[in-house]
Design a protein around this ligand. Structure first.
Ligand SMILES: [Zn+2]
Length: 233
């Protein structure tokens, strides 16, 4: 079994869309132009590796790209840009939203379809992980409910797709010791949070990139100085 070998920084994206009316108020959507500029910078300055591969012979710092939620724009906007530059990425899917709309307070937003997911999976640069069944905060669920979200989402993805699902991403980045144990028991190799993450395999930290990150701030977020400084910048 291929071991999880974390390497370098892991970036977290959500939506890549020109739609100014992206109905989530989270500010996590980037325009395609903003995303492409970042991808080009990553291509030039980093060794962008598959999540957990740990393979890096280029001499450049390793880095992995991930997406949470599974919006349709992952297929329509983000994936074509990543493909243009030949960069790998992992997409964490909220299983009950595949083929459905996301229901945000300010309106609906389309999720990926299974056909789109399967088409992306044929590309060896694309990996999928589980982001749970319903996007519920699992720290607020009973142990049984949380176990179901973590285990059944993996089972469904593995039934629908051809490759094993090795990674889990905690909805809302929320986790605790119990969830870490459930993810381990379900057979994942690692689980990812956001800024609150630690440095063990079931609470891996990621750097959230949002629409508000202009290019200067994006580069700053990639810097090793970012974590110690982030509370004051
Ligand atoms: Zn999410």
């Amino acid at each position: 079994m291929r071991k999880h070998r974390p390497a370098g920084k892991v970036l977290l994206y959500h939506a890549v869309s020109d739609d100014r009316d992206f109905p989530s108020s989270s500010g996590t959507n980037l325009t395609p132009a903003q995303f492409e500029r970042q991808v080009l910078f990553l291509k030039q300055n980093y060794s962008v590796v598959r999540l957990g591969s740990g393979e890096n012979s280029s001499g450049k710092p390793p880095l992995a790209v991930t997406f949470d939620d599974g919006y349709r724009d992952s297929f329509e906007n983000a994936y074509p840009i990543l493909k243009r530059y030949n960069l790998p990425a992992t997409f964490f899917l909220t299983v009950s939203r595949v083929g459905e709309d996301w229901d945000f307070p300010r309106g609906d937003y389309p999720g990926l379809t299974w056909d789109q997911v399967r088409e992306m999976e044929r590309d060896p640069l694309v990996d999928f992980g589980s982001h749970g069944l319903t996007h519920a905060d699992l720290t607020a669920k009973t142990e049984g409910e949380a176990a179901r979200e973590i285990e059944i989402s993996k089972t469904i993805l593995e039934e629908k797709l051809t490759r094993p699902i090795y990674y889990f991403s905690y909805p809302h980045g929320s986790y605790n010791g119990q969830l870490k144990a459930l993810a381990r028991r379900a057979g994942y190799r690692a689980a990812y949070s956001v800024i609150s993450g630690g440095e063990d395999d079931f609470s891996r930290r990621r750097t959230l990139i949002s629409r508000k990150d202009n290019f200067f701030r994006f580069r700053l977020k990639l810097s090793p100085l970012y974590w110690p400084l982030r509370r004051i910048i």
